[in-house]
Ligand binder design. Sequence first.
Ligand code: SF4
Length: 316
Amino acid sequence: MSSKKPLRILLASPRGFCAGVDRAIQIVERAIERYGRPVYVRHEIVHNRHVVENLEAKGAIFVDELDEVPDDRPVVFSAHGVPKAVPAEAARRKLLYVDATCPLVSKVHREAERHHASGRTVVLIGHAGHPEVIGTMGQLPPGKVLLVEDVAQAEALEVPDPANLAYATQTTLSVDDTIGIVTALRRRFPAIHGPKTEDICYATTNRQAAVRAIAPKCDALVVVGAPNSSNSMRLVEVAASCGCRKSRLVQRAADMGWRWLDGSRRLGITAGASAPELLVREVVDALRKRFDVTEEPVDGVEERMTFKLPAGLEAA
Ligand code: SF4
């Protein structure tokens, strides 16, 4: 008989890579194939150390800013999007650049531009300092986007003209928190324009719903992801808000810190949109070494979203 304690595992579905992350990684890989090593990448292509190190091994060099890119090498912009000034500077330097911005982030950029062209002030709901927020704010001239991070800021917001206002959101927010912020904005500014369907993307919405489905049945829940990954951090919060007593983020199995699982009999596992499935398997394998594991099947939404690669980098 096994001396290991029993542990039932519920794997959230869907979890892990989204179509935008998959596309961004393929763009870097194809760019290396097409243009040779090295290909420069401005910022982490997606927020995951494992993915970044894998691409480094294939010939990518990650930099913080464009001035670190030599004139004769290509540069890829990350999935989170970039302020307009970045491609403008790349064009001025005649750099060969490829934009790996997720098409769902680009859609928010176009929305912000459209509102600005109609004379509206844009309120962006998002987290200060996140690259996606910096990129979206950078689509319009300085001062033309007002950032709101929470309900308190929405309640205190002062706008130049309440009749000419629109909002957009970061794609990776908590669905529930965003509803609260939008409700406050709509109450204070009834004429505010907003997206027909929320800017929070399908992948963020589906991964949060999958956590909501399993968290109430679990004593503990692990999110495989990175601390700078907005959608991963939101999954930890969603689990806690659904009554799961313990939820924590781990980058990989080595971060599990096993003591916190003491007394847990049912463990939920999910992964942020930038975390590869092999890191989930690594965590499950490490659990199998310590527990008598049974995996419980969980049904979830089937995702079929794919995004085209930029011209010139399509499959041969
Ligand atoms: S999380 Fe959503 S917006 Fe971000 S890359 Fe994935 S699909 Fe695109």
